[in-house]
Design a protein around this ligand. Structure first.
Ligand code: NAP
Length: 279
């Protein structure tokens, strides 16, 4: 029997998840397909019930449905519950249960660790943004025991709420306030949508005072190098774009669905080839 997986979102036509997962299925010779489903906001409940009704094995969930799917699921992984957002649904067919997970933060963590020069727990990390992606990254890093997390966001109240949800040694600051302290951070992560195509000339904050020892990351991978990362390179700092996070969040979903280790190199190659094709 062919196992069917998919992704629900709106819009969905440009999602790179189908090409990434189909490459993994092919590599591991799995009888499986991965289909993009465009779902309107008033049809989210029916779409989730469709997973059960049609016997899909699992789906990813993307913008704008990550929060809305929750009320239709049977169980939530504790991290997804804390985040209030789901990006992966596993259909446990034996027990007829739909279980929600969120693999975004763990995906970022997996992409970040190989780039660090000291153990994760010893780093001072600045997160810019307090939306859905920032939430996943900040809460996951806080749970891993990062020494100190600072959250700066245009809407400061959202940064304060996220810092409180992270607990531990997490604080909120204004974007202006954090500018003067830039040299203190080991890692700076742009978790806002600033710099994303087509607004490629924009940056979430100035990197004028950046130290070359700071690792600068951007969750955006289209463009592949945002202006934020280009400016960091001009300061001779190391950079990390959002491609690794995207691949790793998909790899974790693949592992949850199949119980197999994801062929990460093959998945990455398939995504990069697809991106070249569409450019
Ligand atoms: P979101 O929930 O809409 O949050 C957007 C964030 O950007 C908020 O903090 C918002 O600040 C800030 N922002 C937006 N426009 C701004 C502006 N003009 N000036 C200052 N701040 C601004 O979006 P999200 O889901 O967190 O996604 C954020 C980014 O992460 C997107 O670029 C997305 O593509 C990327 N992402 C990447 C991956 C990956 O796998 N690599 C996964 C998920 C997301 P306010 O709170 O003040 O509005």
């Amino acid at each position: 029997m062919t196992h069917i997986f998919g992704v629900i979102g709106n819009p969905i036509a440009h999602s790179l998840s189908p090409v990434m997962h189909e490459a993994a299925f092919k590599e591991l010779k799995l009888d499986a397909r991965y289909i993009p489903y465009q779902v309107e906001s008033d049809k989210v409940g029916e779409a989730v019930q469709g997973i059960r009704g049609l016997g899909l094995s699992g789906v990813n969930v993307t913008i704008p449905h990550k929060e809305a799917v929750i009320e239709y699921l049977d169980e939530l992984d504790p991290l997804a519950a804390k985040l209030g957002a789901v990006n992966t649904i596993v259909h446990d067919r034996k027990n007829d249960k739909l279980i929600g997970y969120n693999t975004d933060g763990e995906g970022f963590y997996r992409s970040l660790v190989p780039e660090l020069r000291k153990p994760l727990q010893d780093n001072l990390i600045l997160i810019i943004g307090a939306g859905g992606a920032a939430r996943g990254v900040a809460i996951t890093l806080a749970q891993k025991g990062v020494k100190q997390i600072t959250i700066a966001n245009r809407t400061k109240e959202k940064a304060e709420k996220l810092a409180a949800d992270c607990g531990g040694n997490t604080r909120a600051m204004s974007l202006n306030g954090v500018q003067a302290k830039l040299t203190e951070f080991d890692v700076v992560v742009n978790c806002t949508s600033i710099g994303m195509s087509p607004n490629v000339g924009q940056m979430p904050m100035s990197l004028e005072t950046l130290s070359r020892d700071t690792l600068v990351s951007d969750l955006i991978y289209n463009p592949n190098k945002t202006r934020f990362l280009s400016e960091a390179e001009k300061k001779s700092a190391r950079t990390l774009n959002g491609m690794g996070m995207f691949i790793q969040q998909g790899a974790i979903a693949f592992e949850l669905w199949t119980g197999l280790q994801a062929p990460v190199t093959i998945m990455r190659r398939a995504v990069l080839e697809k991106l070249k094709e569409v450019k």
